[in-house]
Ligand binder design. Structure first.
Ligand SMILES: Nc1nc2c(ncn2[C@@H]2O[C@H](COP(=O)(O)OP(=O)(O)OP(=O)(O)O)[C@@H](O)[C@H]2O)c(=O)[nH]1
Ligand SMILES: [Mg+2]
Length: 196
């Protein structure tokens, strides 16, 4: 694992990709950085740091995290160093995704500095919902919008790493947000921690 550049220049963005185990976080990063998707194996992440050049000379440092019983300290540390959170939610695991929500909400809200950081909500594996005959087992766009609002997310993206659908736009949205004049010191549009 590379070390995060704590003296990062103004044109660098530090992102933590967070969310439930197996949500597809590492697959998003693999698709984004290597244009590859692997559904033959699943290796849970402990933690990782990926450096990626974005056009216009913007440098991205992306922490890949996982929800692990003994790994939450690392998640906290990565969240501390990050400017943005990409919060991933698996649309195919309706009950499980909702049961994990509270844990993540607490994780974000227990530190006021975390709760003020901009959060992009990303619904993953939508290829599974698109191809399913019975869509009732999947989180719908409307449900996702409600959850994204409860987290104070600045946007919601539905994506599929398998089909490379909406993967690049995740990072485009963060860069666009970062360029907003008021975002050099991210401020919270809404109190994320008062809704649950
Ligand atoms: N159908 C489908 N499967 C996916 C997609 N993204 C990931 N997967 C599968 O979901 C499983 C978990 O993917 P990962 O990317 O490793 O998930 P993760 O969130 O990094 O998991 P942890 O590191 O354990 O937290 C793997 O078997 C992937 O092949 C997707 O867009 N569509
Ligand atoms: Mg992973």
């Amino acid at each position: 694992m590379e070390e995060v550049d704590q003296n990062s220049e103004e044109n660098s963005i530090i992102i933590a990709i967070i969310g439930q185990d197996g949500a597809g976080k590492s697959s998003i990063l693999k698709q984004y950085t290597e244009k590859e998707f692997d559904d033959t194996s699943y290796t849970p992440t402990y933690y990782d740091l990926i450096k990626q050049e974005y056009p216009e000379g913007i440098k991205m440092e992306i922490f890949d995290t996982a929800y692990l019983d003994d790994g939450y300290r690392f998640i906290g540390l990565m969240m501390h160093y990050s400017q943005y959170f990409v919060f991933c939610f698996d649309v195919s695991k309706h009950g499980y995704s909702l049961s994990q929500m509270e844990w993540w909400h607490k994780m974000i809200c227990k530190d006021e500095r975390h709760s003020k950081k901009p959060l992009l909500f990303v619904a993953t594996k939508i290829d599974l919902r698109d191809s399913a005959l019975d869509k009732s087992q999947f989180l719908s766009k409307e449900e996702l919008e409600g959850i994204a609002r409860s987290f104070g997310a600045f946007d919601l993206i539905e994506c599929s790493s398998k089909n490379n659908h909406n993967i690049e736009i995740i990072f485009d949205k963060i860069v666009q947000h970062h360029k907003l004049p008021y975002c050099n010191y991210p401020k919270q549009k809404k109190d994320k921690c008062s809704v649950m």
